[in-house]
Design a protein around this ligand. Structure first.
Ligand code: SF4
Length: 338
């Protein structure tokens, strides 16, 4: 089957036009027809010469954008959507409410191979990585649900840095001025710590923000909670993060999911403060959102925050969103896959 033109960046469309004997200058109009004007047929692209559309139709398809199979709305305004992509690949996206604007949280993979112990997606295993068109479908669905969508995070199902080629293309497509023109600086990519891609991002021209899941400062505990620790130990991940911050004069977001009785001891906050010392960062403390619905709030979360602040860390509490609709990553797909 021919590739879907929707998953190509503008530069790739220009290269494809050259290989089809057409002028690359038409790439902008083609891109705009697909991503802004909602074209459904390559042979009828608005403002594109018919000859160019016919040439593209011989080499590419333009599949309709997928629509969600299920939609759920939480009391707090969180909206969650479940997609079933080809091959029974389930993936979720979420619209998270802010004060007067919203954030879209997209999945980069159906399931995840990383196997983090606290994560519903990890328990599913990896079904497959998602294509740019499938991530764009999630974005468009969020855009329709939101009133004022201002930011975008790749923090849904999957490890974005294990599907980086497609995530990078999605970022370039969504931020293109001929398409949705969504600012890269309003996009955040979250990783459990895939060092080679952190280094690649450091050297790239992308302006997206980086978030890293810390999980635990103690290497043994972290390896039990996040097996990726055995491949890319946190100390080395944070060394790559320090280089990223220095090279780009950027801050990084550090995410710490608080698991009561597991990684919320005073020794954990002390170890964490020591480990991240000197990194220009904002640390978000996230209460664990258990699969069975709202559980007891992390009892030590405020104390943990105080301990970190006293140690000089900019630590913030992230409020739990959409607990009544299983909004944490992978929870809805896990139920749908049962
Ligand atoms: S926390 Fe992220 S990296 Fe870990 S299993 Fe879940 S989706 Fe994968």
């Amino acid at each position: 089957m021919e590739p879907d033109l929707r998953g190509l960046t503008r530069a790739e469309i220009a290269a494809a036009l050259v290989s089809l004997g057409e002028k690359p200058g038409n790439a902008g109009a083609v891109f705009m027809a697909v991503h802004r004007r909602g074209a459904a047929d390559l042979r009828q692209l608005p403002n594109v010469p018919a000859r160019v559309g016919l040439a593209l139709a011989r080499a590419f398809t333009l599949a309709p954008l997928a629509v969600p199979e299920r939609k759920l709305a939480a009391k707090d305004g969180t909206r969650k959507m479940l997609f079933r992509f080809p091959g029974d690949a389930l993936a979720e996206c979420v619209v998270l409410p802010g004060k007067d604007q919203q954030t879209a949280c997209l999945s980069s993979q159906s399931g995840c191979a990383c196997g983090c112990a606290f994560c519903a997606t990890g328990a599913l295993g990896l079904k497959r990585s998602l294509t740019p068109a499938e991530m764009i479908a999630q974005f468009e669905a969020c855009l329709r649900e939101a009133v004022d969508l201002r930011s975008l995070v790749f923090m849904g199902m999957g490890e974005p840095f294990l599907n980086w080629e497609n995530v990078e293309k999605t970022i370039r497509i969504l931020s293109d001025s001929r398409g949705r023109h969504f600012p890269q600086v309003k996009m955040t990519v979250s990783t459990v710590g895939v060092i080679p891609v952190i280094e690649e991002l450091t050297a790239s021209d992308l302006r997206v923000r980086l978030a890293v899941s810390v999980i635990a400062a103690d290497p043994e505990l972290r390896a039990r909670l996040a097996p990726m620790e055995k491949v890319y130990p946190l100390r080395r991940v944070l060394a790559a993060v320090r280089q990223y911050c220095a090279a780009r004069r950027a801050h990084v977001m550090l995410e710490y999911i608080l698991l009561p009785g597991v990684n919320d001891r005073p020794s954990d906050s002390a170890g964490l403060a020591e480990l991240i010392e000197g990194i220009p960062c904002r640390l978000n403390l996230i209460p664990y959102n258990p699969p069975g619905g709202p559980g007891p709030a992390a009892p030590r979360i405020k104390e943990f925050q105080r301990e970190l602040i006293a140690a000089g860390v900019r630590a913030y509490l992230r409020t739990e969103k959409g607990a009544d609709i299983a909004a944490a990553c992978g929870q809805l797909a896990a139920r749908a896959a049962d």
